[in-house]
Design a protein around this ligand. Structure first.
Ligand code: SF4
Length: 679
């Protein structure tokens, strides 16, 4: 068997894998002991990747409707439909909806085609559902979407705070690292989460806040630190700009502070080396950006950032959410962390040799599908994602796809809920066949390498995009021979961000050969510049405190008296198109369960294990009840993984609302008004 070093297909921890590849598609998976992110550790999902590489259910040939087509025919049709829509309705009548599953090279190609040549900002990504609020908080506080921590800080911290993160299940190898630090040096752990998750059960302190109580909590903590004299005036004078009246206006609102608040403040005050990790529970909220800034304000005001073992640390969900945002996969950024100012657009236009750079930001995910639904988008290309299940109010998204005049899906799976609604399906490579790079939560760039040859007629995503671009008239601009050439072009483009004082600078990689690209070792961009010496990315080199107030309480709706939260299971990933293939992974939780507090269950006559109909303004579904005091009274929670492919029950995203954060556009998955009834 030959050994190939690659990275895991799943979460943003970005674990290195050593794959031992035999004949055919036989593969043994082990942790890569030389990879700094995981040092050999893997979780159950990564360990069982070998069970998911079979060719059953794969899309192996281009399809037009239900008929197999040849590549040229399919590509010409896609190019013609997009060109026609642009000619008749303008560039903003077309859109791409892409994915944190794409490699950086794929993302770069898609962004270049849409924002550089089609000339619209309408490319957004399912990463909008995952960490867009953290991006917005970083941009406001630091002047750039920059993560000021690394996993090494978890080893050095004396206090780790987890906000809205069931780390033990959702980022298990980070959890292993936290547990190792607690064992080795007694690191304290605080978990802030409305749910008493498996992570919260094992913390030194669990603070069960009300849904969206984070801003009030962190504002109250900052007030408490200020009163105690624990804010660091010297640090702030050197590194932070404070708005006028910031301290006068700082308020925790009317919220009753949760149990454990005083203990939390004492722990924070006693441990200068504090890392605060925040994830979907913070981000997937109508005030997710404010939550990120409330956390960041606390770290900036107390000098707990840019020091070993200190900082606010957003942990991303997807394997390449970070790489995607670096190359412009979000509709509100151009590429290389650049905005849409005249100078930035001009620099990008010069680099790409085009005069059709998008004039401004495009539509963010939820708005994009609203535009599909109301007919503004005439041609839509969905890459490597399943929005008919994963977007909020998924029934509405299905209606939107049915109404759209032309839908293309490029994916490795033939019959995802979304692919079944496409006019054209283009076969893409899967994990184990792809070749390129990904960036993990600590901005470490690693290689994902091919283990097997491409099956059937499947092609790399970057190449499919280049093939369509060529048929739209831009062959020379997308004439890359291999992914190394795409990466070199991206690395060279970061000269524009570097010249503007941003930290995203890969220019030393722009001269990389195909051989050195193949041999690339994992590296963390920006790591050569100590943060406080280099300064933040705002023009004055200082970070910003952001004045924020807790959100007003949501009005109680007697028709929907409960609040639905969505969650993730330890051994499943997204809409289960891959993890659903592994029998071992399905043993952990074979079906979706609705978590209900005993008093809410009693009030509705629900028995443990009984079937419950959950209804919201968006739709309804049926789930089996799990009655547990781990679920706060007045709230219910269901996993997000199950799809129509698994039957009519358990589809929680048919229930969730399209409400979004006004700054980041990230959907508020965690707080949908709902009601329950016995089936
Ligand atoms: Fe893969 Fe994430 Fe598990 Fe690591 S922690 S093995 S990246 S799923």
């Amino acid at each position: 068997m030959r050994a190939v070093r690659t990275t895991c297909a799943y979460c943003g921890v970005g674990c290195g894998i050593t794959a031992r590849v035999g004949d055919g598609r036989e593969v043994e998976i082990g942790g890569d002991t030389a990879h700094p992110a995981n040092r050999g550790g893997l979780c159950s999902k990564g360990t069982h990747l070998g069970e998911t590489v079979g060719l059953g259910g794969r899309l192996l040939y281009p399809m037009i409707g239900d008929a197999q087509a040849d590549w040229d025919e399919a590509l010409r049709l896609v190019a013609a439909q997009f060109r026609q829509a642009i000619a008749e309705h303008g560039p903003d009548s077309v859109a791409f909806y892409v994915s944190g599953q794409l490699l950086t090279e794929d993302y770069y190609a898609a962004n270049k085609l849409m924002k550089g040549f089609i000339g619209s900002g309408n490319i957004d990504t399912n990463s909008r559902l995952c960490m867009a609020s953290a991006v917005a908080a970083h941009n406001r506080a630091f002047g750039e979407d920059f993560v000021p921590c690394s996993y090494d800080d978890l080893d050095k911290a004396d206090l780790i705070v987890l906000v809205g993160s069931n780390t033990a299940w959702c980022h298990p190898v980070i959890w292993q690292r936290i547990e190792a630090a607690r064992e080795a040096k007694g690191t304290k752990l605080v978990v802030i989460d409305p749910r008493r998750t498996e992570t919260a059960e094992r913390a030194d302190l669990h603070i069960a806040i009300k849904p969206d109580g984070d801003v009030a909590l962190f504002n109250a903590m900052l007030l408490d630190m200020h009163r105690r004299g624990m804010t660091d005036d010297a640090f702030m004078a050197r590194h932070v700009t404070t708005p006028d009246r910031f301290w006068d206006d700082l308020s925790a609102g009317e919220t009753v502070l949760p149990d454990g608040f005083d203990e939390f403040c004492d722990l924070f005050a006693a441990h200068p080396r504090t890392v605060t990790l925040f994830s979907q529970g913070a981000n997937q909220s109508a005030c997710g950006t404010d939550k990120g800034n409330a956390i960041t304000n606390l770290h900036l005001s107390t000098g707990r950032i840019g020091v070993p073992g200190g900082g606010p640390f957003s942990i991303t969900g997807q394997p390449n959410a970070m790489g995607g945002r670096e190359v412009g996969g979000l509709a509100n950024q151009l590429a290389c962390h650049l905005g849409f100012s005249e100078q930035e657009r001009a620099a990008v236009g010069t680099f790409w040799n085009t005069d059709t750079v998008a004039q401004g930001p495009g539509l963010k995910a939820v708005d994009l599908f609203n535009a599909v639904h109301d007919g503004r988008i005439k041609a839509l290309w969905i890459m490597a994602t399943n929005p008919a299940v994963s977007l909020p109010d998924a029934g509405f998204v299905r209606e939107a796809l049915q109404r759209c005049p032309f839908v293309v899906v490029s994916d490795c799976i033939t019959d995802t809920d979304t692919a079944l609604m496409a006019d054209v399906r283009l076969p893409a490579l899967a994990w184990g066949e792809k070749d390129g790079t990904v960036t993990n939560s600590e901005r470490m760039i690693s290689r994902q390498r091919a283990l097997f040859p491409a099956p059937g007629e499947a092609r790399a995503d970057w190449r499919i995009i280049a093939d369509v671009a060529a048929r739209m008239g831009w062959a020379e601009d997308f004439a890359w021979p291999n992914p190394a050439a795409v990466f070199r072009e991206y690395a060279a483009m970061t000269a524009i961000s570097a010249e503007r004082g941003l930290k995203l600078d890969l220019t030393d990689r722009a001269i990389m050969t195909d051989v050195s690209y193949e041999a690339m070792e994992p590296f963390r961009w920006g790591a050569h510049q100590p943060l406080l010496e280099a300064g933040f990315s705002h023009p004055d080199g200082k970070a910003r405190l952001i004045s924020i107030a807790p959100p007003a309480p949501r009005a109680f709706d007697p028709a929907f008296p409960l609040r639905l939260n969505t969650n993730r299971y330890r051994d499943q990933w997204h809409t289960m198109t891959r993890t659903g293939l592994s029998p071992k992974l399905s043993r952990h939780r074979p079906e979706p369960l609705l978590d209900i507090h005993p008093e809410d269950a009693a009030g509705a006559g629900v028995n443990a294990g009984g079937l419950v109909r959950v209804s919201t303004a968006q739709g309804e579904t049926v789930l089996r009840a799990r009655i547990t005091e781990a679920q706060a009274k007045g709230t219910i929670s269901a996993p997000m993984h199950w799809t129509d492919a698994f039957g009519s029950a358990g589809r929680s995203n048919r229930l969730t609302q399209r409400r979004t954060d006004p700054v980041s556009g990230q959907p508020a998955f965690k707080d949908t008004p709902a009601k329950i009834a016995v089936v």
